[in-house]
Structure formats: structure tokens, C-alpha cells
Design a protein around this ligand. Structure first.
Ligand SMILES: *Cc1c(COP(=O)(O)O)cnc(C)c1O
Length: 376
């Protein structure tokens, strides 16, 4: 069976984890957490990176950093996304306002955002689907004119850029995921990227249960105390050690994923040219990270048949995201602004093919051969 995903692993991880255990440094904000934070800061150019227990928690932390966000406030986001994008804001009592996506990138359509803005709008949450950037210049311009916060859901976007800027560093806050299905993993984990130095202290406090313990550890104060609401969003340093081994070879992992992506693309181009399937689009100015390779079938019926056919041939392909506005919680907590022209239709056509660090190019050729067979 060719798996859909295999969690990434780097050789050195085991030694690093043993070191954590031997030195009895397994709690949060230890040496490996610091190394990961610094690596991400250096690589992306963000003012501050804080490792978290998940991207979900990074987004919650960001939602807690939007001043006075609460019931009645609105947050604009796509409905074609993972539930965490909305959950973080629903937990604060805010209403997700879903706008339609662009059919080419599956990202929120930037041309539809401004008409969804009301007096109660407080933030925009672009999701960089498949590591392909949203149209951030337009989004940042709308946010500036309406005084809205921008929180990038860059769960899939590490190592990808928009007009030279790392995804996750353009909005006020950016959220990475290190779940085992992402390009780099720590089992469960994530990171909050903070663009402005002025927001760092507040973020550190909320992440440390509402205390100024981070300042205390740096020796800036003599004792720490409870100064705001907060929670606990620190991962164990063992998880960070597992991740750090991958960050050290981040370029190699990224190149391997891009090679797989290109192999799929080249192999499947004739099918696309014959009008049988559609392939992903990467707009000019966007450099992606090979997070995902998807194709689009004619409709949901053809997609179901295709998944079955691939399964018979020992290939595990998947789809995802029931659009949030059609889910029970989405109906209860959110609303869709405007017309759902593409969100439902395109999500029903999309099929994700196996993609992971370590997938062989010969396996990609085999998968593409089976796809050609199906369409013959
Ligand atoms: C994976 C993912 C998340 C959640 O990440 P976790 O680290 O599992 O919390 C959020 N948003 C998007 C778009 C994702 O792909």
C-alpha cells in the first residue's frame, strides 16, 4: 500500500530526545524549544516565534491577542478550511463570516472580502491552502483601511513565500502547524509568529498561564506573578527536539517535496491538457513548499470512483474539509456572506494524492500510471 502520509523523521531526532531525557530537560521552553524558535525567526524574519502545542493553540493565542474580541464581533475567513481556523474565534464568542474561495488556488477570494466587512468586523484570517499564498497585498490593504487584525493560518505554509516574504510573517500574527501530516512535525505542535515587537510581551504572558514567567526566566524580574488571563501553550522540549532535527535539514525536506510535486505535475499534464482533470495553480509571486498535491475530478461521483480505483491498486488518496458553513457547528456559530459559487463545488472535486518526505519518484510514476488507466 502506498500511504497517503508518513510522518517526517530526521535521523538525529533520537539522539536529541535521549539528551532531553538524560539532562532531565523535558518541560517547556528548554534548549530545543529555543533552538526551534530561533531557527524560525532567522528563516522567516519574524520579530518573534513562540513554539506552541498545536497550530490550533497558536490560533487561539492569536485570537486572545486581538484586543477585546468578543460576542457580536465578526471575523472573516474561508469556509474551505480546517475547523481550528474558526474554533479559535468561536471560543471567544465571535462570529466567523465565511467568504467564497477562488477556484484556482482554493484560497479565500480577496475580491470578496471588503464587501463582507461590517462595523463589527475585527479580523481577517487568510488560510494559505497547500502552502500557496493568499493575495496578501490586497488583504493587508483592506485590513489597514478598516483597522482589522490579520491572522494568517499558515498551518501548511512553512518555507513558502509571497512576493519574497515568508508566509506567517505578513499579518499581525501567523500560525504554523507541526502536526504529523505537515511538512515538519513534532507529533503535535505549532508556532505563533509575531510580526510586531509590541505584541511579544502580551503573547508570552498568555502562553505562560497569564504570568510573566518568561521575563523571570530571562532574569529581567526577581519573581513572577499572575498579571493577565492566559493558558498553557508550551510543548515539551522532547517534542521540540524531534522537530529541531528536521529543521536542521529543512532545505533537503523541502527540495524532496518539491521534486515529488513537479513529478506529479509533469506526469499528469497530458491528462489536464486533454481536459480530464485539473491541476493546482501557483500564481506569480508565490513560492510554494510542496505541502500537497491535488487534482480535481469532474465531480463528486467521479472522485468517489477514482478513490476506489486507487484503493484497489494499493494507493491511499484522500479528500478533506466539509465546508464549515455546511457543518452543524458552522450553521450554529457562523454565516456565509454572499454566494457559495465555488466552496462546495470545488471541494467536492478535489482529491489529494500521496505526498510525504520519503515518497519515491517511482511510486509517483506508478500512481500517475494508475490515474491514466482510470481515465482511459
Ligand atoms: C493542520 C491545520 C490546522 C491545525 O493544525 P494543528 O497543529 O493540528 O492544530 C489548522 N489549519 C489548517 C489550514 C491546517 O491544515
Amino acid at each position: 500500500m502506498i500511504n497517503f502520509n508518513v510522518p517526517p523523521y530526521a535521523e538525529k531526532a533520537m539522539g536529541y530526545i535521549q539528551e532531553c531525557v538524560k539532562n532531565q530537560k523535558i518541560c517547556g521552553d528548554g534548549p530545543y524549544t529555543k533552538k526551534c524558535n530561533e531557527w524560525i525567526e532567522e528563516r522567516t524574519g519574524t520579530a518573534k516565534c513562540l513554539l506552541t502545542t498545536s497550530c490550533t493553540h497558536a490560533t487561539e493565542l492569536a485570537a486572545l491577542l486581538v484586543p477585546d474580541l468578543g460576542p457580536g464581533d465578526e471575523v472573516i475567513m474561508p469556509a474551505y478550511t480546517f475547523v481550528s481556523t474558526a474554533d479559535a474565534f468561536v471560543l471567544r464568542g465571535a462570529t466567523p463570516v465565511f467568504v467564497d474561495i477562488r477556484p484556482d488556488t482554493m484560497n479565500m477570494d480577496e475580491r470578496l472580502i471588503e464587501e463582507a466587512v461590517t462595523e463589527r468586523t475585527r479580523a481577517i484570517v487568510p488560510v494559505h491552502y497547500a502552502g500557496v499564498a493568499c493575495e496578501m497585498d490586497t488583504i493587508m490593504d483592506i485590513a489597514a483601511r478598516h483597522h482589522l487584525a490579520v491572522i494568517e493560518d499558515a498551518a501548511q505554509g512553512i518555507m513558502a513565500t509571497y512576493r519574497g516574504k515568508a508566509l506567517g510573517t505578513i499579518g499581525d500574527f501567523g500560525c504554523f502547524s507541526f502536526h504529523e501530516t505537515k511538512n515538519y512535525s513534532m507529533g503535535e505542535g505549532g508556532a505563533l509568529l509575531i510580526r510586531d515587537q509590541g505584541n511579544v510581551e502580551a503573547a508570552e504572558i498568555i502562553r505562560e498561564k497569564g504570568t510573566n514567567r518568561s521575563k523571570f526566566y530571562r532574569g529581567q524580574i526577581d519573581k513572577y506573578t499572575w498579571i493577565n488571563y492566559g493558558s498553557s501553550y508550551l510543548p515539551s522540549d522532547m517534542n521540540a527536539a524531534y522537530l529541531y532535527a528536521q529543521l536542521e535539514i529543512a532545505e533537503e525536506i523541502n527540495d524532496a517535496r518539491l521534486a515529488i510535486w513537479e513529478r506529479y505535475y509533469d506526469n499528469l499534464r497530458p491528462l489536464a491538457q486533454a481536459g480530464r482533470i485539473e491541476l493546482p495553480v501557483v500564481p506569480e509571486g508565490c513560492v510554494h513548499n510542496g505541502h500537497m498535491f491535488y487534482i480535481k475530478a469532474k465531480d463528486i461521483g467521479e472522485r468517489t470512483a477514482l478513490i476506489d480505483y486507487l484503493k484497489q491498486n494499493e494507493i491511499h488518496a484522500v479528500f478533506h474539509y466539509v465546508p464549515l458553513h455546511t457543518a452543524p457547528a458552522g450553521l450554529k456559530f457562523g454565516r456565509f456572506h454572499g454566494e457559495d459559487r465555488y466552496t462546495t463545488r470545488e471541494s467536492e472535486r478535489l482529491l489529494r494524492l500521496p505526498m510525504y518526505y520519503g515518497l519515491e519518484l517511482e511510486q509517483v510514476d506508478y500512481i500517475c500510471g494508475k490515474l491514466r488507466e482510470f481515465y482511459r
